[in-house]
Design a protein around this ligand. Structure first.
Ligand code: RRO
Length: 308
């Protein structure tokens, strides 16, 4: 089976990679991804200044899911400007995820990161965990203005990391914006923002920041992720590739993301829980399914979802 995939003109050795945020802050973590079977090295979303993030506990698993309010802990973009050339030596695509607290910050980071030539840039429009900074992608006008301005300073392929949407009118609106802004790919979905998990033993919230509210990940979010991949795939008709994120624990989960229209997938919670070996396991499981289906590559499954 041919395991490679192409997104925005970049060839990936496999369609399975880490999601931004999961074990990808430090040089050591990013190098471990480089040394793994991950099909790319995706960085934590980087901000203008280094950040410690929110107080702990800030990432906790519960049955079939995770909740986090990390608060953008990262080394600050300058550290990644220095790191990215080294990461490119692993000979797999490097995806730089960027996040700002203002348009000016996004533009400064995007300009500096573009100059060190990551293979792709992922613009995070969907962090749910910073008080006073709503998820940008839920404000359609602001999102369009921001993407338009970033597009003007970025030469590398760039994409948007989107939150889940829950109404077809919102998928319509955002798809139209993304086409207008010249986005080269999208990654959907970020965590489902502002969930609340309660510990039945203690009657207490399970993470500290924001009174216990945080982004949901893991198996419980797969149907929402698949719906968003499918909704955008139907609207893009192959013109903008999609990286599916959300709820992937098995090769079958990946196969479902491909059927829904994802060209590649990113692994968050399962990577945090299992470590780099997760990429080996998932690749084996996906290969078994793709071969059983009689396909020559994972790419052949993309968008093949049947409807009644
Ligand atoms: O760092 C975080 O709290 C975080 C980010 Br930036 C994001 O995009 N998604 C998420 O679930 N957590």
């Amino acid at each position: 089976m041919n395991p490679t995939v192409e997104i925005a003109g970049i060839t990936f050795p496999t369609c399975i990679m880490n999601a931004a945020g999961a074990r990808c802050v430090t040089a050591e973590e990013l190098e471990a991804i480089g040394n793994s079977r991950s099909g790319a090295i995706v960085t934590k979303s980087m901000t203008l200044n280094a950040r410690d993030g929110n107080p702990t506990p800030r990432y906790v698993t519960f049955p079939h899911g995770s909740i986090n309010s990390m608060g953008l802990p990262n080394l600050g973009y300058q550290a990644y400007v220095d790191l990215i050339p080294r990461l490119k030596e692993f000979k797999k695509p490097v995806i730089a995820s960027i996040a700002g607290f203002s348009p000016a910050e996004f533009l400064d980071i995007a300009t500096a990161i573009d100059a060190v030539k990551p293979d792709l840039m992922e613009i995070n429009l969907s962090c749910p965990n910073i008080e006073g900074h709503p998820q940008i992608a839920y404000d359609f006008e602001t999102a369009e203005q921001l993407l338009t301005r970033i597009r003007n300073v970025v030469n590398r392929p760039m994409g948007a990391k989107l939150p889940p949407y829950f109404d077809p009118a919102h998928h319509d609106h955002m798809a139209t914006i993304l086409k207008r802004c010249g986005v080269n790919f999208i990654s959907v979905i970020n965590s489902i923002g502002n969930g609340l998990v309660i510990n039945p033993e203690t009657d207490a919230v399970i993470i500290k920041p924001k009174g216990g509210f945080g982004g949901l990940g893991g198996a419980i979010i797969k149907p929402v992720a698949l719906a968003n991949v499918r909704a955008f795939a139907l609207r893009f008709q192959g013109h903008i590739p999609i990286i599916g994120v959300g709820g992937i624990e098995t090769g079958q989960d990946i196969y479902e993301h491909l059927l829904a229209g994802a060209s590649a997938v990113q692994i968050g919670t399962a990577f945090v829980e299992e470590g780099p070996q997760v990429f080996v396991r998932l690749e084996q499981e996906l290969t078994t399914i793709v071969e059983r289906k009689g396909l020559r590559s994972a790419t052949e499954a993309v968008g093949r979802l049947k409807e009644f």
